[in-house]
Ligand binder design. Structure first.
Ligand SMILES: [Zn+2]
Length: 263
């Protein structure tokens, strides 16, 4: 019996030994695989770490820029007395407009008491009609009457100005359509972009680089732009930067001590 047990144990041991010998075959594979995973972990820790340094920083920057924005992101309320005076003055200029519901697009964007301006002066349309604060519309009306019309009368031999082309009015966005930075005056109804002027004869004058344009049209555009600085606190246009190659940007941003930025 003991013999049989010994034989059985030996046979078992041999069988295990054979099985154990089978292992080296898979063992060789890990050897081959080992260098590969060993080389993989090298880029693996670096790539997540580089991503983790890349990712969190913009995320945290966003949070940093968003957090202080929150308290600022309130709609600016109109002084009702000043508004009533403005609406009365705008009517007196002969502008065609209607009042509209409050716009509050959050993020500091909106107009408490917007108006939709369709004619800046009698017979001079704003196309498309512009959604603005009353004060912006009033300055546009005054500038057109006191400076643009007289300049057009001389430069275009009596051809009558009929349209001011509105290239952009109220829109909730950052300055120059950037993703970050200060909110645009367009987002407060304080700004309008003018793409061109149209006249009764059908003549059209697009705003474009005219610094060296020796025609009367060139002189008209330069006169309009220069005089805009008397009515608006910011005047930008062709030559200011790439964002203003084809329009005037004019706004009534309140600046300290009446400072104006006209470039
Ligand atoms: Zn603009």
């Amino acid at each position: 019996m003991t013999k049989w047990i010994l034989i059985a144990v030996t046979a078992l041991a041999l069988a295990q030994g054979a099985a154990a010998e089978d292992i080296p075959i898979p063992q060789e594979r890990p050897k081959l695989e080992t260098p590969a995973p060993a080389s993989l972990p090298v880029p693996t820790p670096t790539s997540p770490s580089s991503e983790s340094t890349d990712k969190p920083s913009p995320e945290s920057t966003d949070q940093e820029t968003e957090e202080p924005k929150a308290p600022v992101a309130k709609l600016e309320k109109e002084d009702l007395k000043e508004l009533a005076q403005c609406l009365s003055d705008l009517r007196a200029e002969g502008a065609a407009f209607k009042t509209a519901e409050q716009i509050d697009d959050g993020d500091g964007c909106g107009i408490d008491k917007p108006i939709i301006l369709s004619e800046v002066l009698p017979g001079i349309k704003v196309i498309p009609e512009a959604k603005l604060r009353c004060q912006t519309a009033l300055q546009l009306s005054r500038w057109t009457k006191d400076s643009v019309l007289p300049a057009a009368k001389v430069a275009l031999s009596g051809d009558k100005l009929t349209v001011i082309e509105n290239a952009s009015d109220y829109v909730c966005r950052k300055r120059n359509n950037a993703k970050t930075g200060k909110i645009s005056e367009h987002a407060h109804g304080n700004a309008i972009d003018i793409g061109g002027f149209r006249f009764a004869s059908g003549k059209r004058l697009d705003v474009e680089a005219r610094d060296t344009d020796s025609t009367l049209q060139g002189a008209f555009q330069r006169a309009a732009r220069a005089t805009a600085c008397l009515y608006f606190t910011t005047v930008l246009g062709p030559g200011s930067d790439d964002a203003h190659k084809t329009h005037f940007h004019i706004d009534i941003l309140e600046r300290s001590r009446g400072y104006r930025y006209c470039r």
